[in-house]
Design a protein around this ligand. Structure first.
Ligand SMILES: [Cu+2]
Length: 188
C-alpha cells in the first residue's frame, strides 16, 4: 500500500503535463484521505488499548478507588478486632483477613524502639476507613504506606479487607527488616 502511494507520488512528480498530473493527484489525495481515516481508527484503537493497559497497570499499583463506597456499605457491627504486637524484631500475630470483612487492627508497640508497619501493597488492596490513636485523633486517607508506632503506643486501623492476595509488611527502621521484622499479610 505504501509502495503504491510512493509510486503515485513518483509518477505525479515526474509528470510534466499538468493535464496528466491532476487526476493522479486527485487519486493520491483520495487514497491518502482514506489511509488517514484508517490510520486514525487504528491509532484510536491502539491508544484505547494503551489507555486500558495503563489503567489496568495503574489499578494494580493504585489504591482501591471506590474505597469510600466500600467503607460506607460495609457492616461495621460485625467488625473483627485483631491485635498485632510489634517488638524487637517481629510482628507477633498471623495477619490473615477475609475479603469483604470489616476489621479493627490494633497495632501496638511493646518494644523499646520505634517500629514501622510498612505495607504499601496491603494498604492499596484494602478499603481504609481511618487510622485512630487513643480515641484522641483520627486520620482519614484513601490509603497509607506506613504507620509508625512509638514504644508503648498503639494505633488502630479500621478497614475492609478487599483484594485477595499476599502482601508484605516490614519495618523500615535501621536494619529491623533484616533482623526479621517482616511478615506476609494474607487476604483470602
Ligand atoms: Cu522496627
Amino acid at each position: 500500500m505504501l509502495m503504491f502511494i510512493l509510486g503515485l507520488f513518483q509518477s505525479t512528480n515526474s509528470t510534466n503535463h499538468a493535464q496528466k498530473a491532476i487526476p493522479n493527484i486527485a487519486k493520491t489525495t483520495a487514497i491518502q484521505l482514506e489511509l488517514n481515516e484508517k490510520m486514525k481508527k487504528s491509532l484510536a484503537t491502539l491508544a484505547g488499548v494503551i489507555a486500558l493497559t495503563l489503567a489496568a497497570g495503574a489499578s494494580a499499583a493504585d489504591y482501591v478507588e471506590n474505597y469510600a463506597e466500600i467503607v460506607k456499605a460495609a457492616d461495621w457491627k460485625t467488625m473483627t478486632t485483631l491485635t498485632v504486637n510489634m517488638e524487637e524484631f517481629e510482628y507477633d500475630t498471623d495477619l490473615e483477613f477475609k475479603a469483604g470483612q470489616t476489621y479493627k487492627l490494633e497495632i501496638k508497640n511493646l518494644g523499646e524502639k520505634k517500629h514501622y508497619f510498612t505495607a504499601p501493597d496491603f494498604f492499596k488492596n484494602i478499603a481504609t476507613r481511618k487510622a485512630q490513636v487513643n480515641g484522641q485523633a483520627e486520620i482519614k486517607a484513601p490509603y497509607f504506606d506506613a504507620l509508625e508506632v512509638l514504644p508503648g503506643g498503639q494505633l488502630d486501623l479500621y478497614f475492609v479487607a478487599h483484594n485477595k492476595g499476599e502482601y508484605a509488611v516490614y519495618c523500615t527502621i535501621d536494619d529491623h527488616r533484616q533482623e526479621g521484622m517482616e511478615e506476609i499479610i494474607i487476604i483470602k
